[in-house]
Structure formats: structure tokens, C-alpha cells
Design a protein around this ligand. Structure first.
Ligand SMILES: [Zn+2]
Length: 250
């Protein structure tokens, strides 16, 4: 497999980086990433990964564009209110980079469909806005051995982490949020620019993980405070009793 002249030109600013080069770009081109949620976080992740030439993107979201999305979701425009987000996101990806194969799944992930939707991917990026879906996605990632980047933003706080096996997202949040009644983004609000920043940071983690550059970020939570502008890093401890990755899990 080799890069065409057009691809050498398109990805020139990547390829010139010694940590990426042609080999790293080919790894990006061959990679398959599932993006769960095409909302505020997804709208930061999708353009970055499409532009970077991640070759296979699967976008999963059952929402349609609403007026209240537009302050933070630059993939969508006012004249697209009511249209399905996955259709618009896929159209954007196609226009941005025709080398990227984009699959769309206009469903909400749950325990019944999660394995079928997320299997056969090299990486999962979760930017959904409720804990129940996040835990279903995380448990599936652990079960299938797929690295997971989990990203969230609420009010002025953003958090993003790469998980690879142990510790997992469930070790971090515990079991209290399995009930599907924790949709807090709508209730508490979020600064629009923060979701884009966190989504883009999630894409950075994804590209680092796919190419294999920099220290391994797995198991470290990155927190951004949009008021103090401070980033913090916290090592997440593995929970030995975790239902997903602990010793007693099946
Ligand atoms: Zn765990």
C-alpha cells in the first residue's frame, strides 16, 4: 500500500513530522474508528479525524438537529434543523476528504446492539451525553478489547481519557449511573467552545494512539476547567471489584 501523489500533497504537513511520516499516515488511512455521538463532542472529533485521513469512520447517533444544538455543533447549520445528524456528518466527511469511508448508524446504542455496532473497529470515541450509554459502550470496549476514548463536557468542565482494558471507564464512575436518567447536559448547560476543545483533544488522543506517538495516555484522565483555564491530569485507579474489568468480571 502506498500513498498517491494527491495523498502525499493532502497529508504533507503530517508526513513531514518525523513522528508520523508516510508510515504513520498509512496507519491512519488503514484505521477504523467508531464515533459514538455526533453532538458537541462529536462535532470536534469528526472533522479532525476526517481531515487526518482516518480511513474508516462509523458515526452513531439517533438525533436530529435542533436549534439549541447550534451554539456548540459546527457541523450543522440553521437550515438543517430537523435533519438527521449522521446524514449531515457523513456528507461533511465526504466533502472534506473523499478518501474516508464513512458509515452511519442512526440508532441509539444499547446493550442489545452494542457489540454488533462496535466490533471490527480499532478504536472507539465516545462523546455521548448520558452515563447509561457511556457505561454500555465502555463495558463493550473492555469485552472486545477495543481501546476507548471517553470525552465529556458540562458547564465549564471538560474531561477526556483513553482507556485500554484496565482501568476502564466503569472503574472511574462506578455503577451508580447504569439507569438511563442522568441526561445532565440539557439541565446544567455547557459552554459551546468547550465541547469543541474537548472533542478536538479526544481526536488528538485518537491520532496519537493510532500512529503510536508520545507516551501512552491510557488510564489518565485529562480535566480542563474553562474558568481557570487549568488542565489537570489524574491517574485513574483500577477497581479490583469492577463489574467490567475486575477480577470477578466474566
Ligand atoms: Zn473497570
Amino acid at each position: 500500500m502506498a500513498l498517491s501523489d494527491e495523498e502525499l500533497d493532502r497529508y504533507a504537513r503530517h508526513i513531514i513530522l518525523p513522528q508520523i511520516g508516510g508510515a504513520g499516515q498509512l496507519r491512519l488511512n488503514a484505521a477504523s474508528v467508531a464515533i459514538v455521538g455526533a453532538g458537541g463532542i462529536g462535532a470536534g472529533v469528526i472533522p479532525a479525524l476526517a481531515g487526518a485521513g482516518v480511513g474508516h469512520l462509523t458515526i452513531i447517533d439517533d438525533d436530529r438537529v435542533e436549534l439549541s444544538n447550534l451554539h456548540r455543533q459546527p457541523l450543522y447549520a440553521e437550515n438543517q434543523i430537523g435533519e438527521r445528524k449522521v446524514d449531515l456528518a457523513a456528507r461533511y466527511v465526504g466533502k472534506r476528504n473523499p478518501h474516508v469511508e464513512c458509515r452511519t448508524i442512526p440508532d441509539r446504542i444499547d446493550g442489545d446492539n452494542v457489540d454488533a455496532i462496535l466490533s471490527d473497529h480499532d478504536l472507539i470515541v465516545d462523546g455521548t451525553d448520558n452515563f447509561a450509554t457511556r457505561l454500555v459502550v465502555s463495558d463493550a470496549a473492555v469485552r472486545m478489547g477495543i481501546p476507548l476514548i471517553s470525552a465529556a463536557a458540562q458547564q465549564f468542565q471538560g474531561q477526556v481519557a483513553l482507556f485500554r482494558g484496565k482501568p476502564c471507564y466503569r472503574c472511574f464512575v462506578g455503577d451508580a449511573f447504569d439507569a438511563d436518567d442522568c441526561d445532565t447536559c440539557a439541565e446544567l448547560g455547557v459552554l459551546g467552545a468547550l465541547t469543541g476543545t474537548i472533542g478536538n483533544f479526544a481526536a488528538l488522543l485518537a491520532i496519537r494512539a493510532i500512529v503510536g506517538i508520545g507516551p501512552d495516555a491510557a488510564g489518565t484522565l485529562h480535566l480542563l476547567d474553562g474558568l481557570t483555564l487549568k488542565w489537570r491530569q489524574i491517574r485513574i485507579a483500577a477497581d479490583p471489584a469492577c463489574k467490567a474489568c475486575g477480577a470477578t468480571s466474566s
